[in-house]
Design a protein around this ligand. Structure first.
Ligand code: NDP
Length: 240
């Protein structure tokens, strides 16, 4: 296996599980992160996977980061757009900054990263892109107009790009996780989290590995006929 995989936000949470699972399956993995250098160093020393610091919301930074990854690992075959943030607020209190940061980090990042790898994938007639959406992009969520809009945008982006890549061996899919036990969810107040878990038919939060397994399945060579789809991994919380 010589395939090169880039995982954005790949040093913590769901991204870390994706990086590790791809690495164990034999992919050459580059894990991107934004600013938590201590977590990235810990990740690299524990896994042996190299971490690359750049801001996925910044096109120029993505271009420089991807160039460095290609120099060190080779042309990119697999891209997992996983980096994401929340800046929750009801709309009547939301600031333009909260809106803009979430759209830029969660959605514009997909444009930035895909735009920079798509030409190479098309030329080499092989590519696998997986965009991490969210149950809240499918169903909406109180206090998350910005996040739901960005994640919902990811699902449309995925279907449009899937149509463009289909004839060139490039598949583009999304995963919509439900509530997964990571730092992002641990930041939710305990009483709110309790109510969320009560609505999950499986009766618990998901594990990051359960999302990673979906990514591994979608990026395999055998996944060539799966494109433009959204895989919901949410313990039955939202069926659609
Ligand atoms: P975490 O907050 O645990 O980790 C986020 C990762 O993204 C970190 O590695 C962080 O880097 C990175 N990141 C954030 N901003 C940027 C940026 N501008 N440029 C590059 N990297 C960045 O998140 P989760 O693991 O919980 O979530 C991962 C994805 O899954 C997100 O897209 C999220 O929206 C989605 N999701 C999560 C759910 C959950 O329940 N956890 C549910 C549904 C979807 P650093 O370490 O440097 O901060």
């Amino acid at each position: 296996m010589n395939r090169v995989a880039v995982v954005t936000g790949g040093t913590r949470g769901i991204g870390r599980a994706i990086s590790e699972m791809l690495h164990k399956a034999g992919y050459k993995v580059a894990a991107n992160f934004a600013g938590d250098a201590a977590a990235a160093e810990k990740f690299t020393s524990e896994t042996g996977i190299k971490a690359f610091r750049f801001d996925v919301s910044d096109y120029k930074a993505c271009a420089e980061g991807l160039k460095q990854i290609e120099i060190e690992l080779g042309p990119i075959d697999v891209l997992v757009n996983n980096a994401g943030i929340t800046r929750d607020s009801v709309l009547h209190r939301m600031t333009p900054e909260q809106w803009g940061q979430v759209i830029a980090t969660n959605l514009t990042s997909c444009f930035n990263m895909c735009r920079l790898v798509i030409e190479g994938m098309r030329e080499r007639s092989f590519g696998r892109i997986v965009n991490i959406g969210s149950i809240n992009g499918q169903a909406g969520q109180y206090g998350q107009v910005n996040y739901a809009a960005a994640k919902s945008g990811i699902h449309g982006f995925t279907k449009a790009l899937a149509q463009e890549g289909a004839g060139k061996g490039v598949t583009v899919n999304a995963i919509a996780p439900g509530y997964i036990d990571t730092d992002m969810v641990r930041a939710v107040p305990a009483n709110v989290l309790e109510k969320i878990v009560a609505r999950v038919p499986v009766g618990r939060l998901g594990a990051a590995d359960e999302i990673a397994r979906g990514v591994l399945f979608l990026v395999s060579d055998e996944g060539a006929f799966i494109t433009g789809s959204t895989l919901s991994i949410n313990g039955g919380q939202h069926m659609y």
